[in-house]
Design a protein. Structure first.
Length: 425
């Protein structure tokens, strides 16, 4: 196996740059550049030199013998001065050594997974942690990276193995393939209990709104103040605002953190029946699609004319001709700021109530699909009296658990996941 290296700290220039090396030639790389290998897990100062003996930098070197390392392999680190030229020179010197090459995106984490240092659910949590931009995202990602979901699935899997062993024992010692009524009742109760636990986990809020942002669509007719409100919530001029109708003709999607909660705000074309051209018509169609996808719609149009479940917003209250609303949830002016603080607080409270909370499993789509498969097999197993069919349903549920943890994974799933990581991870 190749030995890989990459910059694992932030892009230079910086105060310090850390280059990570993982693989069987890690100690040889230290020997080549520093002239020695330091005692395991102890930082040691050394001059780094290339093959010609030219000094590259004065830094710290560390060596971590496998398998008790982040990747499960021999691992080395070079702590350098963080200038671009220093990093470039050291990486160039490493690239000339036999058996060493630059790492691909996510390759360090992929090796950790391949060597059993982390499972797939923990790797997904780590990917989310690296991309976390709000406090809520950080907390949930850190929990999954730390194994909260993995431990829960492992506990379910152990219960399932116990049930499978019970069924196998009945198959070994019973003359008939049908289970008697007493054993059937016990088995059905245990299997149903496990199925209920999975159903409860699946009923919890999904991870996507947390990762992608709680999706809030601003909807209404042209010139209702949608783009002005959009810019005010973003605190930037992301959308063009003009007095003529139809300025916004396509969907604008922007992420923003409000009160530590991730949101995805959606501005869109004004909704009306008489579009001027095909482009505006397409924009209105897309607006309808966005309304259907949104977690929440703020309706800035005439009261009662929006989709079901919207928040009625009386916008542009700074204008004497603004349309009034009898039952507006909020009365605001994005131009003057009136009512905006109250709207922001309400959005944060509403999103927090619907987003995963610390301690929730916060399953992503892949994990939810696999748990759903396991739950369906458990439900089918609880209704079976044929031992062979019961055993097969339990086996299929176990396959789903194993796939969730990455014990049986296809290469395309792994490529997609680890491709989310930066080169140095």
């Amino acid at each position: 196996m190749d030995t890989i290296f990459a910059l694992s700290s932030g892009a230079p220039p910086a105060g310090i740059a850390v280059i990570r090396i993982s693989g069987p030639q890690s100690s040889s790389a230290l020997q080549a550049l520093a002239g020695r290998v330091p005692p395991p897990r102890r930082a040691s100062r050394a001059w780094l030199k290339d093959a010609d003996g030219t000094a590259l930098d004065d830094g710290l070197i560390l060596f971590f013998p496998g398998p008790a390392t982040a990747t499960g392999e021999d691992l080395a680190e070079l702590h350098l001065h963080g200038g671009r030229a220093v990093v470039q020179a050291v990486e160039q010197a490493l690239g000339t050594l036999p058996g060493l090459r630059r790492a691909q995106a996510g390759e360090f984490t992929r090796r950790a997974f391949a060597n059993g240092r982390i499972d797939l659910a923990e790797a997904e949590g780590l990917a989310d942690l690296l991309s976390a931009e709000t406090e809520l995202q950080r907390r949930l990602a850190l929990a999954n990276a730390g194994g909260v979901l993995s431990r829960k699935v492992e506990a379910w899997r152990e219960r399932l193995l116990g049930l499978s062993a019970w069924v196998e024992a009945l198959l070994d010692f019973d003359d008939e393939d049908d289970v008697d009524s007493a054993d059937a009742a016990k088995l059905a109760g245990e299997v149903s209990g496990l199925s209920d636990d999975l159903r409860a986990a699946l009923a919890a809020p999904a991870a996507e709104p947390m990762r992608e942002g709680f999706r809030v669509a601003l909807a209404g007719p042209p010139n209702a103040g949608k783009s002005t409100l959009f810019n005010a919530l973003l605190e930037s001029e992301a959308a063009i605002v003009a007095p003529q109708a139809g300025t916004t003709r396509d969907v604008l999607l922007r992420p923003v953190a409000i009160g530590g909660v991730p949101f995805s705000l959606v501005d869109m074309a004004g909704l009306h029946d008489r579009a001027d051209d095909a482009i505006e018509t397409a924009g209105i169609v897309r607006a309808g699609d966005e309304i259907a996808r949104a977690d929440l719609v703020l309706w800035l149009g005439p009261e009662g004319q929006g989709p079901d479940g919207v928040w009625e917003i009386a916008a542009q209250i700074d204008r004497p001709d603004h349309p009034g609303k009898t039952n507006a949830r909020h009365r605001i002016s994005a131009m003057t700021g009136a009512g905006m603080d109250e709207l922001r607080r309400d959005l944060v409270d509403h999103a927090r109530a619907l987003l995963p909370k610390p301690g929730d499993l916060a399953l992503n789509r892949r994990q939810r699909d696999l748990l759903t498969l396991a739950m369906r097999d458990l439900e089918a197993a609880s209704k079976q009296t044929d031992l062979l069919m019961l055993a097969e349903h339990l086996r299929q549920a176990r396959v789903a658990f194993d796939a969730l943890l990455g014990r049986t994974s296809t290469e395309d799933v792994l490529d997609t996941l680890f491709g989310r990581f930066c080169i140095g991870k």
